[in-house]
Design a protein around this ligand. Structure first.
Ligand SMILES: Cc1ncc(COP(=O)(O)O)c(C=O)c1O
Length: 391
């Protein structure tokens, strides 16, 4: 189990991003954490070792990443996984058959699939509710409820959940609160400080930020949960390799800087798109007419680079996503480069159509992951693609 260096929590977020969890390498003084590309460690004598026995259980490069992520989220323990879904999988394994989970109805499609097509078969039960309204969550609680799982802002409808309200509700009923913080990142939102017990990330996205690895993470500030998560991480074994940990660790060093640029570009494009005749609706929490704008300002310190837009038809959406030149048509998000996607047929294809439509995830919806390029170039790219889409 990797615990943070306590002194890292005294630093500001930008400083933590660069330094937390890392100390110069003992034997050499190397300033960057080495990639410990090893599966095992030589023991000094039978039963005597340096804390590392086998690399599924612990690896020094992974340790550094785990401490860094924990410090960023304000937690005490971090756990790195082979993907964001492997991280969610470990969190759901904190539960037992018969337990009930209340989950936001608009979570990443793969999260919904993991719950309904894997864990439901193993005896967990799920209620998918509109977590924008804490009253809906309270109504869904049953004697078997053990966990509230939310993603805020949600993918791709950019709906928010009031984390402080959920934290208070869970405290009264001793429920676990798990928050997928992939979209906001700890730069803009700290769920643990608002009452969550575990934070989940797809490190594939903003934390790594360069679209060159797949990974996940769980952070907690509860020792009992950390102990069980460490057990699950080792027992189930969905761990990332040292090179991917090193890439993620390099990525987090620039997280603060990148998020500022994603946020600035995101705000600028969202406002411009809102006034564009070809766009019927823009979903972005930083727009003053977003229905939860006040909550966004209270709960988040920035709004990031994820924007969804409604074009009104699948045909228009198709032309747009196939016409951009800088925005690349691809799954995923959160990299330095801008991406465009069609949630109904890509990230959320595994969500039943009726459920998609009920939440406004139409065939005319397009999702942008706004990168850190020059915003004028991004606007010009969207402008020419929108012109084609509405011709
Ligand atoms: C919000 C969110 N959570 C979790 C995941 C799953 O992460 P991964 O693809 O790293 O397994 C994704 C993937 O797109 C996501 O967008």
């Amino acid at each position: 189990m990797t615990r943070i260096f306590e002194s890292d929590l005294e630093l500001g977020l930008g400083t933590r991003a660069v330094h937390a969890g890392q100390r110069p390498d003992d034997p050499t003084g190397a300033i960057m954490t080495p990639i410990y590309q090893t599966s095992t460690y030589v023991q000094l004598a039978l039963g005597r070792h340096k804390g590392f026995e086998y690399a599924r259980t612990r690896n020094p490069t992974r340790d550094a990443l785990e401490r860094n992520l924990a410090a960023l989220e304000g937690g005490t323990h971090g756990f790195a996984f082979a993907s964001g879904l492997a991280a969610t999988d470990a969190v759901l394994k904190l539960l037992r058959a018969g337990d009930h989970v209340i989950c936001g109805e608009n979570v990443y499609g793969g999260t919904h699939r993991l719950m309904t097509q894997v864990f439901a078969q193993l005896g967990l039960t799920f209620s998918f509710v509109d977590t924008r309204d804490p009253g809906e969550i309270a109504k869904a609680v049953t004697p078997a409820t053990r966990m509230i799982f939310v993603e805020t802002p949600s993918n791709p409808m950019m709906r928010l959940t009031d984390l402080a309200a959920v934290g208070a509700l869970a405290q009264d009923r001793t429920l676990l609160v798990a928050v997928d913080n992939t979209f906001a990142t700890p730069v803009f939102q700290r769920p643990l400080a608002l009452g969550a017990h575990v934070v989940i990330h797809s490190t594939t996205k903003y934390l790594n930020g360069h679209s060159d690895m797949v990974g996940g993470a769980v952070v907690t500030h509860r020792d009992d949960l950390a102990e069980r998560l460490a057990f699950l991480q080792n027992a189930a074994g969905a761990v990332p390799g040292p090179f991917d940990c090193w890439l993620a660790l390099r990525g987090t060093k620039t997280l603060s800087l990148r998020m500022r640029q994603h946020d600035s570009n995101g705000r600028c494009l969202a406002e411009w798109l809102q006034s564009h005749a070809a766009v019927q609706r823009v979903y972005y929490p930083g727009l003053a007419d977003h229905p939860q704008y006040q909550l966004a300002c209270r709960q988040m310190s920035g709004f990031g680079g994820m924007i969804s837009l409604e074009l009104g038809s699948a045909a228009r959406a198709r032309v747009l996503v196939e016409s951009t030149r800088i925005f690349a048509l691809a799954e995923s998000l959160g990299g330095v480069e801008s991406l465009v996607g069609h949630p109904a047929s890509m990230t959320h294809a595994s969500v039943p159509r009726a459920m998609r439509e009920e939440m406004g995830l139409t065939d005319g919806l397009v999702r942008l992951s706004v990168g850190i390029e020059d915003v004028e170039d991004l606007r010009a790219d969207l402008e020419q693609a929108l012109a084609k889409a509405t011709k």
